[in-house]
Design a protein around this ligand. Structure first.
Ligand code: NAG
Ligand code: NAG
Ligand code: NAG
Length: 412
């Protein structure tokens, strides 16, 4: 060993490492950035795990943890909906918990029936203007708004109306049907229409329970009561198309019931889902993050028929749905009822429903998603880490070319 080498090896760790392998400074930077990224990932990973587990049908401990956490906080469940007050002036009693004239399993007939409007109107002449009705013999427990988003589905809408009105009447419901149609031919935004339905129905006053209902689902049993509870309820548990099984545990779409208070508490649906898919999963995330809990209706009666329909050309699968879903909890406070913008083009009370046509605007060319966790961020992080690693390892490289390309200065 030369004197010079002896001298430099005595100069301490940093210098010595430079000559024998790793560069401590770069390595430290590498470790710091790695830790920082892990911390960021940790705080965001909950949503990622949730999304993955949602669709792979894995009930991860984390979700259970979240639910328990909510219970520990004493936040499980929103206030129970009080029954409609029966004031002294009303001679009517509160309706019984189990309506007396339910039929049970229904005979729905052919599933491609072309329901004729004049005949339907004649049969349903007892339905009030704007598609309302209330029992005359008692005071209903909830005042229910049924919100049905729709575009170019008149054929299904007639079948839906034929089924829903007699059902609600047998259930002794005090209710109104609101059909929310999106104007124009831009990409469909179902979630936004549901928010609009909620807001517009509220303006009519008195509604405290909201049923968000797909137009193509027909209840097969009227014992599945369209009522709200102290937690958001999933009513379409079994659908014939899926052999009456939930396709994945976290499904929360089709037909759901939420009180006015619950829906406001989760800030409604997200407005950002243009096209088909995941807006209902987003609602599931919102409900979990708000510690509301949820319940499925009784499986034996919560059965539906899905009416066949060809897919809608203006409702294509939304390619951004998972990116949006990953940021669902993060967007919850600023995306929903509190930032919705729309114009009512037309609002009419027709014989069987309130027909609301709304201009919901145009989809953005790119959704306003958080840049964290998106592809480009991951790519940048990985390149940065690789660069740090190579710099810290400058003296490991045997090849001169690698030194020239990667190392800050050549090491001889
Ligand atoms: C009208 O009522 C009759 C008698 O109950 C029934 O046979 C018919 O299918 C109903 N038509 C429509 C369109 O609701
Ligand atoms: C609702 O009203 C709009 C505007 O008047 C009309 O174009 C549309 O056909 C109506 N929709 C239904 C389902 O009646
Ligand atoms: C996009 O999201 C950011 C928050 O990340 C928000 O401040 C901004 O207002 C949003 N822009 C639009 C057009 O919604």
């Amino acid at each position: 060993m030369s004197l010079r080498q002896k001298y430099s090896s005595a100069k301490g760790l940093v210098k010595r490492r430079t000559h024998h392998g790793l560069r401590v400074r770069w390595l430290t930077l590498f470790v710091i950035i790695l830790i920082a990224e892990l911390v960021i990932a940790y705080f965001r990973i909950h949503d990622v795990i949730l999304v993955i587990s949602l669709h792979l049908n894995i009930k991860l401990d984390w979700i259970r943890g979240l639910e328990t956490n909510c219970q520990d906080l004493g936040m499980h469940g929103a206030p129970v909906l009080p029954p409609q007050p029966v004031d002294g002036s009303s001679p009517l009693p509160l309706c019984p918990e189990t309506p007396p004239s339910l039929l049970g399993k229904l005979n729905l007939g052919e599933d491609d029936e072309n329901v004729k409007m004049p005949e339907l109107l004649a049969n349903l002449s007892w339905v009030g203007d704007g598609g309302r009705h209330k029992p005359s013999e008692c005071v209903a427990r909830n005042k229910v708004a049924i919100i049905v988003p729709h575009r170019n589905r008149e054929f299904h809408l007639r079948q839906f109306l034929k089924a829903i009105h007699p059902n609600m009447k047998r259930q002794q419901a005090d209710y109104g049907v609101f059909v929310i149609q999106q104007s124009g031919t831009d990409t469909f935004n179902k979630a936004k229409l549901l928010n609009i339905g909620y807001l517009e129905a509220l303006k009519e006053g008195g509604y405290d329970c909201f049923i968000f209902h797909d137009v193509d689902l027909l209840a097969e049993d009227d014992r599945n009561l369209y009522q709200c509870a102290d937690v958001p309820r999933h009513l379409s548990v079994g659908i014939d198309k899926w052999d009456y099984q939930l396709p994945y545990d976290a499904l929360f779409g089709g037909v759901i019931a939420m009180t006015k208070h619950q829906f406001a508490q989760v800030n409604g649906y997200s407005n950002e889902y243009w096209g088909w898919g995941a807006e209902d999963d987003d609602m599931y995330v919102r409900i979990l993050h708000s510690c509301l809990g949820l319940e499925r209706a009784n499986y034996d009666v919560a059965k539906y028929r899905m009416i066949y329909h060809p897919s809608d050309t203006n409702n294509r699968v939304n390619p951004y749905r998972y990116t949006l879903l990953v940021g669902a909890a993060e967007r919850q406070r600023r995306d929903g009822l509190n930032n919705i913008r729309y114009n009512i083009v037309d609002k009419k009370r027709t014989a069987l429903y309130t027909n609301i046509t709304a201009d919901v605007g145009k989809p953005p060319s790119k959704p306003n998603v958080s840049t964290f966790g998106t592809g480009i961020d991951i790519a940048i992080s990985i390149s940065l880490l690789l660069l740090m690693l190579s710099l810290s390892c400058c003296t490991c490289f045997k090849s001169r070319l690698m030194h020239v390309v990667l190392c800050p200065r050549r090491i001889s």
